[in-house]
Design a protein around this ligand. Structure first.
Ligand SMILES: C[S@@+](CC[C@H](N)C(=O)[O-])C[C@H]1O[C@@H](n2cnc3c(N)ncnc32)[C@H](O)[C@@H]1O
Length: 270
């Protein structure tokens, strides 16, 4: 089996068994927009990790930036000072609006593309630097996605991802509440193997997120609600989820499930 097929199979294995899904009061596929908005603000105030310096160095002299799966702009907006223009691609209109609000305040020229990458690639101009943070675990068909990133970059591609699929942090809770074993991957190493199949050898940097992982949810109740939904549990069981989270040491500031502290930055020259 190829690494690309393995990536796909591992992502498809995250499907939730039908009886559990059918009984869910709320959709478990939560997009916690506040997490990404808060992350953008934390990183705008002070960038951290290996992705920012790599992209920053590639923007000397200043150039254009394409941010794929931009969310509120955590990957690209910290680069605004060296960006002649930022294009933000995302499937979520509300998050693109968060991006636009921040880009306008910074005074950087920008444009938004609402839609799925790589389907939108034809309508998206190339850029000097392409950034894509915390998106690839959403993408089973990873080959064309990465190829289109590479094809749109003139100087550098920067892909940031958690060391392993972010939802693995909820696996002990799935076991506890449903007796169900969940997948353990894919991981960043699997992404590197996919890139190798595409003929790309990225520079791989491992680092730990400190500040941007420490203030993701506004309060403990929001963490409980997001976690309860992800676990397909009814509202009446929120108290049990809160107890399990406290036992696991989650204090409400970290988002179990949509981030993690162990991060990998992959960069390559197109
Ligand atoms: C986990 S968030 C990360 C947002 C931002 N890059 C950050 O680091 O905070 C993933 C984002 O990618 C978007 N997304 C997921 N798959 C996508 C795709 N195939 N094309 C475009 N956007 C996508 C989602 O709507 C969401 O805004």
């Amino acid at each position: 089996m190829t690494a690309t097929q393995r990536w796909r199979d591992q992502l498809l294995a995250w499907q939730i068994p039908e009886p559990i899904l059918a009984s869910a009061e709320d959709s478990p596929w939560v997009l916690p927009r506040h997490v990404f908005a808060r992350r953008a603000d934390v990183l705008l105030a002070e960038p951290e990790g290996a992705s920012f310096p790599a992209a920053w160095a590639a923007l000397d002299p200043p150039g254009s930036v394409l941010d794929v799966g931009a969310g509120a702009g955590a990957a690209s907006l910290p680069l605004a000072v060296r960006s002649t223009h930022i294009t933000a691609v995302d499937t979520d209109a509300a998050l693109l609006a968060e991006f636009a609000r921040r880009a306008t305040a910074l005074g950087v020229p920008f444009h938004e593309v609402l839609g799925t990458w790589p389907a939108t690639a034809h309508d998206t101009p190339p850029a000097d630097v392409v950034v894509c943070h915390h998106v690839v675990y959403n993408v089973p068909d990873i080959g064309p996605f990465l190829t289109a990133l590479t094809a749109h970059a003139r100087r550098l591609v920067v892909v940031e991802l958690a060391d392993r699929h972010p939802l693995t942090s909820l696996n002990p809770l799935w076991k506890r509440f449903h007796g169900l074993a969940r997948p353990e991957g894919p991981t960043a190493a699997d992404a590197v193997a996919v890139l190798a199949e595409l003929g790309i050898t990225p520079v791989v940097r491992h680092w730990r997120r400190e500040r941007s992982a420490s203030a993701e949810h506004p309060d403990f109740d929001t963490l409980v609600d997001v976690t309860r939904r992800r676990l397909c549990l009814p509202r009446a069981r929120a108290g049990e989820v809160a107890a399990a989270l406290r036992e696991a040491g989650a204090d409400g500031s970290r988002d179990l499930g949509s981030s993690g502290a162990d991060i990998v930055t992959l960069t390559w020259i197109p």
